[in-house]
Design a protein around this ligand. Structure first.
Ligand code: GAP
Length: 511
């Protein structure tokens, strides 16, 4: 099965089992907006908690806030979002479809990469065991031609974006003979800038003065509270402020499920440091955040850094942590050394000093900032796509299993009486009542035990506890483990310890 088919199946599965629903579905949906269902919200909350603990609880010098989504409109002028938070857009005159011009070129480059890979595969088939991929890539004329062309296109794209040269960007689309995927024509408008912020009005009178924005990032809520937190928390530099919250962007290329949404959640942390020390902290946070990702257990090989060549207007160093989604390596988290840009701009626009008095150096200064910014929904997608597996079992059986890391699994434990009579439900309820304050448990007595195991596999429950007639005599139950499907008979008194260990360490084998 191709990655594309697998991804489609995952999207259908996420809906069928209550993880993610298209928003407003009974009204035919709202593009790039999604709702989290009963399983999705648990998963999302578990990821939030895992991030919050790692950032706020485990760092004495990081505290959290929860700032409002609506903020004074001048904030977005100061931050540069009103002037520069734009995407370059182009319309096809025949289909009337709108595209991001840079994404059209990126897709063209991805197709060239596919062509190169096809050539390599052809070579592999032709030469069999004697195939030397490095040599082949370096010498095959077709590969060489594609590589050279891709290099040229990529260089022109970067130059056009860096110089904000919309004419050059249009010319690149024309020269690459890129056609509209819908109409197939090359009848394009000029490229123009489109601001991504949603605006609305505050108050009862609709005048320009009342226009406010839905925040496109949570970071500015942290910057404008920098001194509030620093003073009331008696924070000493270096220190961080973390926040989890909604952000809104009027994305034009809104696709790939929850990867690019118009309403999404970010988990951001701004780390305030002494000027001149920002690049040291930038390296620290790069490594620390990568370690956090790897600790999720989705596979160390699924992550890579992508250092930015084109830096945002506020940054002096930036990298992305990319994750290997079913549609390739894409940005999951951004780590930016934002200099003193934001605080300085707020100082200028608000007229209030945004300075810190450093008791160690006896100096006042505007701190520099290193930011870590991870998309919560993208993390959900990373977890779901790494977890989803369609497996063939013995005797021709099949199962879909979500191998969600135990600490993130929506339900930790399913409690299953073998039959719904003879006192087994009462015994099962007793066990569940004993454990439900510590773990999210689900009780299920409907259908055969096999079907119930499959249902729990499908939502990623790491443990099932089955209560049978013998349990009434020996006070033992069968624990069935999701990934290995192994079953162990254990005393009821040991169940708590086994689940606890599994949830804390990811070790899901009893014992
Ligand atoms: N404060 C910095 C900032 O917002 P960003 O790279 O624009 O930086 C940070 O966004 C993270 O937010 C991204 O790495 C991504 O995970 C997530 N994100 C951004 N736009 C998104 C969208 N439209 N849908 C879902 N997640 C998004």
């Amino acid at each position: 099965m191709t990655q594309e088919d697998l991804f489609k199946n995952l999207i259908a599965h996420a809906k069928e089992y209550g993880f993610i629903f298209p928003s407003s579905e009974i009204y035919d949906g709202l593009s790039a907006v999604y709702d989290y269902g009963q399983m999705g919200v648990e998963l999302k909350n578990n990821i939030k908690r895992y991030w919050w603990d790692a950032m706020v609880r485990f760092h004495e010098n990081i505290v959290g806030i929860d700032s409002a989504i609506f903020m004074h409109p001048r904030i977005w002028e100061a931050s540069g979002h009103v002037g520069a938070f734009n995407d370059p857009l182009i319309d096809n005159k025949d289909s009337k479809k709108r595209y991001r011009a840079d994404v059209l070129v990126e897709e063209y480059l991805a197709k060239m990469e596919e062509k190169i890979n096809k050539e390599v595969e052809k070579g592999r088939k032709k030469f069999g065991d004697a195939f030397d991929e490095t040599h082949f890539r370096a010498t095959n004329p077709n590969v060489q031609r594609h590589v050279q062309k891709a290099g040229e296109v990529s260089k022109r794209l970067n130059e056009a974006l860096n110089a904000n040269d919309l004419v050059a960007l249009k010319q690149l689309i024309v020269d690459c003979e890129i056609a509209c995927p819908v109409s197939g024509s090359r009848n394009w408008t000029d490229v123009r800038q489109f601001n991504l912020m949603f605006s609305t009005q505050i108050g009862s009178v609709s005048e320009d003065a009342n226009v406010i924005y839905l925040r496109p990032e949570t970071a500015q809520g942290i910057f404008v509270n920098f001194l509030n937190v620093q003073k009331t928390g008696r924070m000493k530099i270096p220190f961080g402020i973390a926040q989890i919250g909604k952000a809104f962007r009027n994305e034009i290329v809104a696709r790939q499920f929850i990867f690019r949404m118009r309403e999404f959640e970010q988990m951001e942390m701004q780390f305030f440091v002494r000027p001149g020390e920002e690049l040291k902290w930038f390296e620290y946070w790069k490594e620390t955040r990568l370690r956090w990702h790897k600790s999720l257990g989705l596979g160390d090989g699924k992550y890579r850094f992508h250092n930015h060549e084109k830096l945002a207007h506020y940054a002096n160093a930036a990298t992305d942590i990319e994750f290997e989604f079913p549609f390739g390596f894409k940005e999951l988290e951004g780590i930016h050394s934002r200099t003193d840009f934001d605080l300085r701009r707020h100082q200028e626009f608000s007229g209030r000093k945004q300075q810190y008095f450093d008791p160690e150096t006896n100096e006042s200064y505007v701190p520099y900032v290193v930011e870590t910014s991870i998309g919560l929904d993208r993390t959900v997608l990373a977890v779901l796509s790494a977890a989803y597996a369609e497996e063939k079992l013995e005797q021709g059986e099949e199962r879909v299993v979500m191998r969600i890391p135990a600490m993130l699994a929506p339900v930790k434990l399913a409690v299953l009486p073998l039959v719904k009579k003879d006192g087994l439900p009462e015994k099962a309820r007793g066990i569940m009542n004993d454990l439900k304050y510590e773990f999210n448990c689900q009780y299920d007595e409907k259908d055969s035990i096999g079907k119930r195991y499959r249902r729990q596999d499908a939502i990623g429950t790491p443990f099932c506890v089955t209560i049978d007639h013998q349990s009434l005599d020996d006070n033992c139950v069968t624990i069935r483990e999701r990934d290995s499907m192994q079953q162990h008979r254990v005393p009821v008194a040991q169940v708590r310890g086994i689940i606890d260990k599994g949830v804390r360490t990811g070790i899901t084998q009893p014992g």
